[in-house]
Design a protein around this ligand. Structure first.
Ligand code: G3H
Ligand code: 13P
Ligand code: NA
Ligand code: ZN
Length: 307
C-alpha cells in the first residue's frame, strides 16, 4: 500500500531509518518488494530523473502499481530523487508520488531557499511532502574532496534558517558521504557532530542521508574476479546507519550497492556460462540476491519488523 512519506517518518523518527532504494526496472522492483516483505519493513521507492527517462516514467509507475497488487502487505512511499523544479511539478501533478526532492543545493543559498519554497508551496497544496538539500555531498562528481571536511558539510544554524524559510518537510544534509562507489579513501566516519547539533536545535525534524551505500568489499572483489575493473571503491560503514538514525536521520538512500549486486550476478553468470544468452536465468538470480540484500539492509537500518 502506498502511504505518505510523512507517515513513515513519524513512525521511524529517532528509532530507525527507512531505507530509500532507487529503482529503474522490473527486476529491481521485484527484488525490492520481496526483500521488504521478507524483512517486514516499510520502505521508500526512489525514482531519479534518469530512471524516469530510462524506459519511460509510465513504465515505472505501472511496475510499482503491479508490485503493490502482487505484494498487498507492502507499506511504502514513492519519492522523486534529486528533482529539479520542473520535474517536481510534473510529479506533484501526476497524483502518483508521495513526496518529491527538490535539489537546488548547487545554487547559492538564497536561490536554493527561493526555489525550494516554491516547490513546497505547490506540493503542500496536494498533500505531498518535500525533501530539500543543503550542503555539498563530497566526492568525485562535484569535485569536492571529502578530506576537505567541514567546509562542505551542512551548517546546523543555516539548516534551521533554511527549514524555517522554505517549510521543507525533511532535509538532505551533507555529513561526509557522496554518491557512487568511491566515497572515501580508507576508513572514514560520518560527521555525527553535525547531526547532534542539528538534532539539538531541531528536535524531531527528519534528516536524510544521501550517498549511503556501503560498497561491500566482497562484491567489489567478486566483480573484479569476473572481469570487472572497479578501483579502490569504499562506502559507508553499515554499523553507522543505526547511530545516525537515532540522531534524526530518518531516510537512508541506497542505490549504488544495488547496482553492484546486479553487476556481480551478471558478470559471474556469463563468465561461468559463456554459451548462455537467455537473460532470464541471471535475472532470476539477481531478483533473489537483491531481495536478500534489501532484507540485510533493512535489518541494519532497524526497519526490519516495523510493519
Ligand atoms: O543520486 C543519484 C542516484 O543514485 C540516482 O542515480 O541519477 O544515475 O539514476 P541516477
Ligand atoms: P549511493 O550512491 O551511495 O547509493 O547513494 C544514493 C543516493 O543518495 C540517491 O539519492
Ligand atoms: Na548538493
Ligand atoms: Zn542522492
Amino acid at each position: 500500500m502506498i502511504v505518505t512519506t510523512a507517515q513513515l517518518f513519524k513512525h521511524a523518527y529517532g528509532k530507525y531509518a527507512v531505507g530509500a532504494y532507487n529503482i529503474n526496472n522490473a527486476e529491481q522492483a521485484m527484488g525490492l518488494f520481496r526483500g521488504c516483505i521478507q524483512s517486514q519493513a516499510p520502505f521508500i521507492i526512489q525514482i531519479s530523473k534518469g530512471a524516469r527517462k530510462y524506459t519511460d516514467k509510465k513504465v515505472l509507475e505501472a511496475i510499482i502499481r503491479a508490485c503493490d497488487e502482487i505484494f498487498p502487505d507492502s507499506i511504502f512511499a514513492v519519492h522523486l530523487d534529486h528533482g529539479d523544479e520542473e520535474t517536481c511539478y510534473d510529479c506533484i501533478n501526476s497524483g502518483f508520488y508521495s513526496s518529491v526532492m527538490i535539489d537546488a543545493s548547487h545554487e547559492p543559498y538564497d536561490k536554493n531557499v527561493e526555489i525550494s519554497k516554491r516547490v513546497v508551496e505547490a506540493a503542500h497544496k496536494k498533500g505531498i511532502s518535500v525533501e530539500a538539500e543543503l550542503g555539498t555531498l563530497g566526492g568525485v562528481e562535484e569535485d569536492v574532496k571529502v578530506e576537505d571536511g567541514h567546509a562542505t558539510l551542512t551548517n546546523p544554524a543555516e539548516a534551521q534558517d533554511f527549514v524555517k524559510k522554505t517549510g521543507a518537510d525533511c532535509l538532505a544534509c551533507a555529513i561526509g558521504t557522496s554518491h557512487g562507489a568511491y566515497k572515501f579513501k580508507g576508513k572514514q566516519s560520518l560527521h555525527f557532530d553535525v547531526l547532534k547539533k542539528i538534532q539539538a536545535i531541531m528536535p524531531g525534524y527528519p534528516l536524510v542521508m544521501h550517498g549511503s551505500s556501503s560498497v561491500p568489499q566482497d562484491e567489489v572483489k567478486r566483480i573484479n574476479a569476473a572481469g570487472g575493473q572497479l578501483g579502490a571503491a569504499v562506502g559507508v560503514d553499515v554499523n553507522e546507519y543505526l547511530p545516525a538514525a537515532k540522531l534524526g536521520v530518518t531516510k537512508i538512500n541506497i542505490d549504488t550497492d544495488g547496482r553492484l549486486v546486479w553487476t556481480r550476478v551478471h558478470r559471474e553468470f556469463f563468465r561461468d556460462k559463456p554459451a548462455d544468452f537467455d537473460f532470464r536465468a541471471p535475472g532470476k538470480i539477481y531478483m533473489q540476491e537483491y531481495a536478500n540484500f534489501i532484507a540485510s539492509r533493512n535489518k541494519l537500518l532497524g526497519s526490519e519488523n516495523q510493519l
